[in-house]
Design a binder for this molecule. Structure first.
Ligand code: ZN
Length: 439
């Protein structure tokens, strides 16, 4: 047990107990990065503004393998630090009082790599010629020092200096791109609160196209040789954006960027204000349209409205999966009801050994969390009716915009849109293993 003046070396999320830290919350990350693709060398200065929640004689951050060369707190002299493989422990020269804002400046560097996790490799990943960061859920410390707990959201400003042949994409708006001493310097600003796993860097030899997606400024970043497939497969984004803004409320961020890597990716993934797909998802045959919808829906559900702990992940994945069905229904495909009945039949033939409302770390990305999470929403829609259901979704996205949520928060809000009790519905779909019938 840490003493009352030592920040815990865990964020307290039972699914990833080794990640995150206690005793403070981060308000802002300012990352000044320099990267050499040829040698995979990353050098950074992270300026982290945080607020203590207790007296801190000692506290930690997450940082995987990269070495710290210098660390300062505010104007203090004599701050000490030590490192293990994944933790950076800081002992300020003078204890930080409770409730104080403080700034840590960390010079660090090394050859970033993915980090092993029970869900496979996560974090900074070298492509054939570039970089992809896919940090969910524990990969953020592979490229910057952070408080890697899903409930601790912060704003970001990221500046990357790199060979000018490369295009860089980070979260938020590109506020400056210039050439300095023969190097490309890219600065991105993400003012909205962002979870550590949703911060990202994408680097490649990319072409860039600007788009308007409904009312939202869009950007597509892609390898020029596959332009035709990219433009074709992401051509429905304006209609998707219009549908989701109608059903879920206004798009929560200033823009939406799609990055298509030249490499093949097993699955696309979401980050704050952007989504990353592989070249295999842009073959020009609309083969992955449902996932284009899925990743876009995460901007509302997962990114803006984030989970307070990983056990609530159905609030991200069930909602994004249900958005796929809503898109299908709207776009002349199978109705959400038809898809729900089909996937319920499919689930009934599979093992009933998962509790979707708290699936445990091993099964948190299990397909059944996605499908049964979506089925929970469909059962709710059938129970309370279309109009209250979509009012609820918009209210959910607005009430908890940029915040973090739990399943209980959703149940509490849903109750206000229903004239009958919903406890049996939620208990049956989320907290028992037996598969309920659809209403
Ligand atoms: Zn997803």
């Amino acid at each position: 047990m840490p003493g009352r003046s030592v920040g815990a070396a865990t964020g307290g999320d039972t699914y990833i107990a080794t990640s995150g830290n206690g005793g403070y919350g981060v308000d802002h990350y300012e990352l000044e990065l320099r990267y050499r693709p040829v040698t995979n060398r990353l050098d950074g200065v992270a300026t982290i503004t945080a607020t203590s929640t207790q007296v801190l004689e000692r506290f930690s951050l997450d940082l995987s393998r990269l070495r710290v060369s210098r660390l300062r707190i505010d104007g203090q002299r004599g701050t000490r630090f030590t490192q293990t493989t994944h933790k950076l422990t800081v002992t300020p020269a003078r204890a930080i009082p409770a409730g104080a804002e403080f700034t840590i400046v960390i010079d660090y560097g090394g050859a970033p790599t993915t980090r092993t996790s029970r869900w496979g490799p996560v974090g900074w990943e070298e492509l054939a010629d570039g970089v992809l960061v896919a940090a969910q859920p524990s990969g953020a410390p592979t490229w910057y020092p952070c408080n890697d707990v899903v409930s601790d959201k912060a704003s970001y400003r990221i500046r990357m200096t790199i060979d000018p042949a490369y295009t860089v994409v980070c979260n938020g708006a590109l506020i400056e791109h210039r050439t300095v001493a023969g190097q490309g310097v890219w600065t991105f600003d993400q003012p909205e609160p962002t979870a550590t796993y949703l911060a990202t860097v994408q680097i490649g030899r990319y072409a860039t196209a600007k788009r308007d997606w409904d009312s939202v400024p869009g950007t597509i970043v892609y390898p020029a040789p596959i332009e035709a497939g990219v433009f074709s497969d992401f051509g429905k984004l304006p209609e998707m954006m219009a549908l989701f803004q109608r059903l879920f409320g206004p798009y929560p961020f200033a823009g939406y960027t799609v990055v298509v890597t030249p490499d093949v990716l097993e699955i696309p993934l979401e980050a704050q204000g952007l989504a990353i797909f592989g070249s295999n998802h842009a073959a020009g045959d609309a083969g992955w349209e449902r996932l284009v919808a899925h990743e876009l829906a995460h901007q509302w559900f997962g990114n803006s409205v984030g989970v307070a702990a990983w056990k609530h992940i159905w609030l991200n994945e069930g909602f994004a999966c249900y958005a796929e069905w809503l898109w299908s229904e709207q776009n002349g495909g199978m109705s959400a009801d038809g898809l729900a009945r089909q996937f319920r039949r499919d689930l009934s033939g599979r093992a009933l050994d998962i509790t979707v409302g708290d699936p445990g770390p091993t099964l948190m990305f299990d397909d059944r969390v996605y499908k049964r999470g979506a089925l929970t929403l469909h059962a709710l829609r059938r129970t309370i009716g279309d109009e209250p259901f979509f009012d609820l979704l918009r209210s959910w996205a607005l009430t908890h915009r940029f915040g973090t949520v739990t399943t209980d928060d959703f149940r509490t809000l849903a109750a206000t849109f229903s004239d009958r009790p919903l406890d049996r519905l939620f208990e049956g779909w989320l907290f028992s293993t037996a598969l309920p019938r659809l209403p």
